[in-house]
Write a protein that binds this ligand. Structure first.
Ligand code: AMP
Length: 208
């Protein structure tokens, strides 16, 4: 089994691209952020532990994340490959992952910090199906979301103060992971400050 990692700062478009690409690869999208938000909502022990880190834009401790991923990878749909979105975020997470699964491509979506803040602060999600929109750049279609039941939802950590903290966390703890994957020869950096379709095409051409 070989799998894909979508790498990049918060708001780079990893989730949007992962949703589009799973349709082509058949790999399930595994987003640790989505898993943690579900755990917080369900008030599970993991959710209770993760909540305050998430609210402050800090990383949830590595062991919590590694256990979550190890469990998720036992599911049948993960047997032939997966697409990670927002994981790994530290070198210890990447090292733990390498003992469970083989990664064939790391796609790094590069977006400057100034653009990130603007993107995240306008981000809205359909609470029914999870499709991500943006107030200005990707508005909800006039006739509503394609799921037919648009319910506007916003992430509680999508505000400027927490975004700045998430960016700081990204630069101090996650960016160093690029070298880990560059040394393995599987790191592909792409310009994420473009039209969504162009980015999807470039990712698909890298994967083929
Ligand atoms: P995301 O949805 O990927 O932006 O993640 C939202 C928040 O969940 C992050 O700001 C972190 O607090 C936490 N989180 C998500 N993925 C990870 C991870 N791989 N390692 C540590 N914390 C994570």
């Amino acid at each position: 089994m070989s799998s894909i990692v979508l790498f990049g700062p918060p708001g780079a478009g990893k989730g949007t691209q992962a949703q589009r690409i799973t349709g082509h690869t058949g790999y399930p999208q595994i987003s640790t952020g989505d898993m943690l938000r579900a755990a917080v909502t369900a008030a599970t022990p993991v959710g209770l532990e993760a909540k305050s880190f998430m609210e402050q834009g800090l990383l949830v401790p590595d062991q919590v994340i590694i256990d979550l991923i190890a469990d998720r990878l036992k599911h049948d749909d993960a047997k032939s490959g997966v697409m990670f979105d927002g994981f790994p975020r530290t070198v210890p997470q990447a090292q733990a992952l390498s003992s469970i699964i083989q990664i064939s491509h790391v796609i790094a979506i590069d977006v400057p910090d100034d653009a990130i803040v603007e993107r995240i602060c306008g981000r809205i999600t359909c609470g029914t199906c999870g499709t991500v929109y943006h107030e200005r750049f990707q508005p909800v279609p006039k006739d509503g979301c394609s799921c037919g039941n648009y319910v506007e939802s916003r992430r509680s950590d999508d505000n400027e103060e927490v975004v700045r903290s998430r960016l700081e966390t990204y630069h101090s703890q996650t960016s160093p992971l690029a070298d880990y994957y560059i040394n393995k020869g599987i790191f592909h950096k792409i310009d994420g400050h473009r039209n969504i379709d162009e980015i999807t095409s470039e990712i698909l051409s890298i994967l083929s």
